[in-house]
Design a protein around this ligand. Structure first.
Ligand code: AMP
Length: 280
């Protein structure tokens, strides 16, 4: 497995693979890789001849008061994880390689990005779309892999790939959880022992909501209120949002009659965690 730090190295490698008639998969990440990331890489390896994993903490998707500086990093471990999972190339550019002096072109989306995480993180999806568009242009993969853990991001990237005619198949992969149900996240490392226990309230509340829907509840507000009430039993939890939205438009629904995304963002202490489920 190779590690590339420049766009040119990636382009040259991919050109060589294409010359050999090989298919290419891409797994974009911000590193500090865990089993969730690994599940994406493993899936990509099973469906493509060669897999590129990008490891880039993208400054453009962080707001001014967010955790860009403290975001956990461990490049040596990430390289080992990628190698172990069967990736062929890790792309880990410096920010100046992705955003040269005078950089001023962005990918923006009018729909899908205003609600959920977009409400409290107004510049986030512009940063995500721009960096993923760049990665698509650099790697030009056949398929790209994203986790349902970041469900809004998955929907946004699917929409962007379609709008901008990338011709890249966007593959959504299931949420990987810790043994006790907490969705795996690089940000879980911010939690102390008490917060780690408190964080279980996210999955617990969602499981109750899901149970209600599976028992036939069609009123989205009722389900939403049950989730909210359960989260509020945890003193360390502060809700950013709890929403039931159409999985197609990401607009809030009143009635559960179409595929619905139940998505939550909750602060546990200073750490903002997200989780969700989709009912089809
Ligand atoms: P990140 O490094 O957090 O930007 O995540 C990179 C990719 O891994 C995104 O597509 C995430 O949705 C995905 N991912 C992160 N955590 C998980 C998880 N627990 N299960 C599945 N996919 C995940």
């Amino acid at each position: 497995m190779e590690v590339a730090v420049t766009v040119k190295e990636v382009r040259d490698q991919v050109k060589e693979w294409r010359r050999q008639g090989l298919s290419v998969g891409l797994v974009p990440t911000m590193g500090y890789l865990h089993e969730g990331h690994k599940s994406l890489i493993t899936r990509a390896v099973s469906e493509n001849d060669r897999v590129v994993v990008s490891v880039f903490v993208n400054p453009m998707q962080f707001g001014p008061s967010e955790d860009l500086e403290s975001y956990p990093r461990d490049m040596d471990r990430d390289v080992a994880v990628c190698k172990d999972a069967g990736a062929a190339l890790v792309f880990s550019p410096e920010a100046c390689e992705m955003y040269h002096d005078g950089f001023s072109s962005y990918v923006d989306m009018d729909t899908l990005t205003g609600g959920l995480c977009g409400k409290s993180r107004p510049i986030h999806f512009r940063g995500v779309c721009t960096v993923v568009a760049k990665l698509f242009n650099i790697v030009v993969p056949d398929k790209a892999y994203f986790g349902q853990k970041d469900a809004q991001q998955l929907a946004v990237i699917r929409h962007m790939a379609d709008d901008l005619s990338y011709g890249i198949e966007i593959i959504g992969c299931p949420i990987v959880r810790e043994y006790d149900g907490l969705a795996k996240s690089s940000r879980n490392t911010y939690l102390n022992d008490t917060e780690r226990k408190a964080a279980l309230i996210l999955n617990k509340s969602l499981l109750e909501g899901k149970k209600l829907i599976e028992a036939g509840e069609k009123d989205a507000d009722k389900v939403r209120n049950v989730i909210i009430d359960i989260i509020n039993t945890e003193p360390l939890a502060k809700i950013d949002y709890v929403e039931l939205v159409s999985w197609d438009t990401l607009e809030p629904v009143k009635k559960i009659s179409e595929p619905v995304l139940a998505a939550i963002a909750v602060f546990i202490g200073k750490t903002r965690l997200i989780d969700n489920f989709i009912v089809s």
